[in-house]
Design a protein around this ligand. Structure first.
Ligand code: ATP
Ligand code: MG
Length: 555
């Protein structure tokens, strides 16, 4: 995969990297994507993936996929597998460079011992509560721990006992000895190791002490020779600590560079909240097509290329920003407009009888798969005297600008003839139940013989041949731009985010393969669900509407 399809605009990280290569500070580019395997990837992660793998591609370097699995209580192999699948689906290849923080546990332990020996780390035996109290605040310095001056020997012995499992959880931690009055709270003797008698998804019960994220991350980058360690802005205040460790340990020092995380309207991105949506069944799993997860978007039918285009288009900066969901949807539309085969499907049917076509006649019309790309071939479309059209495409008393069907009016049937509505049949309640129309059978692919113009085109299916399929019409998962502004974000859930309905579709759609996307002409893009479709019995997810209907509603 290359970034050639989306010309790279410049961003401040590219500038830093180019300068580093030109000045000789670096002779190559190694980046990494470091997910914690405690949930599925979301669109924010996709931004980080496109950035890290994209830069590596661009500078002919490499990007490592590294699982930051330092927290055994929340991490699972299921997440590791899902994350690998998502990164690969997005079009990126880590080659042999698949790593786990847990592979470095032994080395990290040795480095902790090294810091103790250098008098730069000590075993803290105050309670967690006391440690918190003595840490001070942004306006008040912290207080030195009574254990801060333990001898190197005592610290070594205690740390070894911690490792051997001699103490219960929470009784001791290993802390760096930096500065309890630093204005940067991260430098007030941060924790390096904690005791956790927990089973790790990869190391099992080998360890009962686990490194803290801050003590692990920079050293992992260093071991892997990462040149540019790109992370989100909340780590800016951790950078001095990141550099302190590398400096004290005298090991290769990658450069940490922060950028603003992606926030997307009408959704939430915190893994804790996404997990809650899944666990409390507000959605049907991590890959529910309404979720902002990569797997949800894939199942909904978003092409990987559209997500890459989106990530490139929104750019990389340092100012916190909110991106409107419609920007992503536009990328999806642009991509699908190019690639999706066209089909006809009616969601809200109204019967039409063509009075001048004999009941026993079936015509196999030829319709292109894509009107702008004849090389994509054709399919046949059965036409008969009984059709269904969309109820919305008929109005009994239409305004002047309505170019579809009304009493006495003409319209072209897509890929077929021009018809005229001669008669409107109603039931006892006055509801329109059928239109009786005549077709001009000399209008297949051409205008009427007398040269008059018919403006409107509507889609249709042959009643006898149409197949009923299940359709899931998705809308935004939340009905507030920023769900976190609600008292509880769950209150902002859109109760109408999923509507299950049916469509009458042209017969060829029964062959839709799971994951295949079509444009139902004039209706929207629909993708055969990858889980619930069966051979000959697809279930369609609405991927995206043809236009941005939300923008119109707000206007
Ligand atoms: P949480 O939701 O628990 O805060 P996280 O975002 O920290 O999760 P990680 O698995 O640690 O999840 O993230 C892996 C990488 O993805 C990190 O480098 C992180 O900076 C990046 N990332 C996460 N969220 C976003 C986002 N919204 N925009 C851009 N990058 C992100
Ligand atoms: Mg994180």
């Amino acid at each position: 995969m290359s970034t050639a399809e989306t010309p790279s605009s410049s961003n401040f990280i590219r500038t830093i990297i180019t300068d580093d290569l030109e000045s000789g500070k670096r002779d190559r580019v190694i980046t990494r994507f470091p997910p914690e395997p405690n949930g599925y990837l979301h669109i924010g992660h996709a931004k980080s993936i496109c950035l890290n793998f994209g830069l590596a591609d661009e500078y002919k370097g490499r990007c490592n996929l590294r699982f930051d699995d330092t927290n055994p209580t929340k991490e699972e192999d299921e997440y590791v597998e899902a994350i690998k699948e998502d990164v690969a689906w997005l079009g990126f290849d880590w080659g042999e460079h698949l790593y786990f923080a847990s592979d470095y546990f032994a080395q990290l332990y040795l480095w902790a011992v090294q810091l103790i020996k250098a008098g730069k780390a000590y075993v803290e035996s105050q309670t967690a509560e006391q440690v918190r109290e003595n840490r001070g605040t942004l306006t008040h310095p912290g207080v030195d721990s009574p254990y801060r001056d333990r001898s190197v020997e005592e610290n070594l012995e205690l740390f070894e006992q911690m490792k051997n499992g001699d103490f219960p959880d929470g009784t001791h931690i290993l802390r760096a000895k930096i500065d309890m009055s630093s204005p940067n709270m991260n430098l007030r003797d941060p924790a390096l190791y904690r005791i956790l008698h927990a089973h790790h998804h990869r190391t099992g019960d080998t360890w009962c002490i686990y490194p803290m994220y801050d003590f692990a991350h920079g050293q992992e980058d260093s071991i892997e020779g990462v040149t540019h360690s790109i992370c989100t802005l909340e780590f800016e205040d951790h950078r001095p600590l990141y550099e302190w460790f590398l400096n004290e340990l005298e090991i290769f020092a990658p450069q940490q560079i922060e950028f603003a995380r992606l926030n997307l309207s009408y959704t939430v991105m915190s893994k804790r909240k996404l997990l809650q949506l899944v666990n409390e069944k507000h959605v049907n799993g991590w890959d529910d097509p309404r979720m902002p997860t990569v797997s949800g978007m894939r199942r909904r039918g978003y092409p990987a290329a559209a997500i890459r285009t989106f990530c490139e288009r929104i750019g990389v900066g340092r100012a916190a920003s909110w991106i409107d969901l419609s920007v992503l949807e536009d990328c999806v539309r642009e991509q699908l407009n190019e690639s999706a085969f066209r089909r006809q499907a009616v969601l809200n049917p109204l019967k039409v009888t063509i009075t001048n076509v004999p009941a026993d006649r079936v015509e196999e019309l030829v319709a292109p798969n894509h009107p702008q790309q004849p090389e994509l071939g054709n399919r046949t479309l059965p036409f008969s005297n009984e059709l269904y059209i969309e109820r919305d495409d008929f109005m009994e008393d239409p305004p002047k600008k309505f170019f579809r069907l009304g009493p006495g009016r003409e319209v072209r049937l897509r890929n077929a003839y021009i018809i005229k509505c001669d008669e409107v049949l109603k039931d006892d309640n006055g509801e329109v139940i059928e239109l009786r129309c005549s077709a001009d059978l000399d209008t297949l692919g051409k205008n009427p013989a007398d040269g008059h113009k018919v403006k409107g085109i509507i889609h249709w299916v042959s009643a006898r041949h149409a197949q009923k399929v299940a359709v899931r019409v998705y809308d935004r998962l939340f009905n507030r731009e920023n769900p976190d502004k609600a008292e509880n974000y769950l209150q902002a859930l859109n109760p109408e985010s999923l509507q299950e309905t049916e469509a009458l579709v042209e017969p060829s759609l029964l062959q839709a393969k799971p994951g295949e996307t079509f444009q139902f002409e004039r209706v929207g893009y629909f993708t055969a669900d990858s889980k619930d479709s069966q051979a000959g019995k697809p279930v369609f997810n609405r991927t995206v509407t043809l236009r941005d209907t939300w923008a119109k509603m707000k206007a």
